[in-house]
Design a protein around this ligand. Structure first.
Ligand code: HEC
Length: 112
């Protein structure tokens, strides 16, 4: 009985988290769904409560030399083929459409 109660409570508590706002449209939405799990920083939506993220902070990515929309689109499609040092980031060339990647790359290229 107590276990049943505890389980029900846990399920209700989990369901309560489903009240999140609808996903953002456009590049922000794509980012929230596919990139934030590794790139959001502590305190940002999708980011860890405390501590670091697996991927680098992208909030000023366009300030780094060579990070044009074209380069970013290529990188997102296939990181390892674009930059020899990339190891952990998955390729998105088969997960996102070319239009989504282009939109995301242009959105990132404006971040400085
Ligand atoms: C599984 C974790 C993970 C996911 C998901 C992920 N990344 Fe990354 N990303 C990384 C890591 C780790 C690096 C650092 C390079 C490496 O080791 O692969 C990186 C590097 C980058 C860089 C920096 C490239 C440079 O050298 O300037 C960009 C831009 C980037 N990611 C964009 C994205 C975008 C856009 C998405 C979503 C479509 C995404 N990442 C999803 C882990 C991830």
């Amino acid at each position: 009985m107590l276990v049943r109660f505890a389980l029900t409570f846990a399920l209700v508590a989990l369901a309560g988290c489903g009240d999140s706002p609808p996903p953002a449209p456009g590049a922000q939405g794509t980012y929230d769904r596919h990139c934030a799990e590794c790139h959001a920083q502590a305190g940002e939506p999708g980011g860890p409560g405390v501590g670091g993220s697996r991927g680098p902070n992208l909030s000023k990515i366009a300030e780094r030399p060579g990070r044009t929309a074209e380069w970013l689109a290529q990188y997102i499609s296939d990181p390892k083929a674009t930059k020899p040092g990339a190891k952990l980031m998955p390729a998105f060339g088969d997960k996102l459409s070319a239009a989504q990647i282009k939109e995301l790359a242009e959105w990132l290229a404006a971040k400085k």
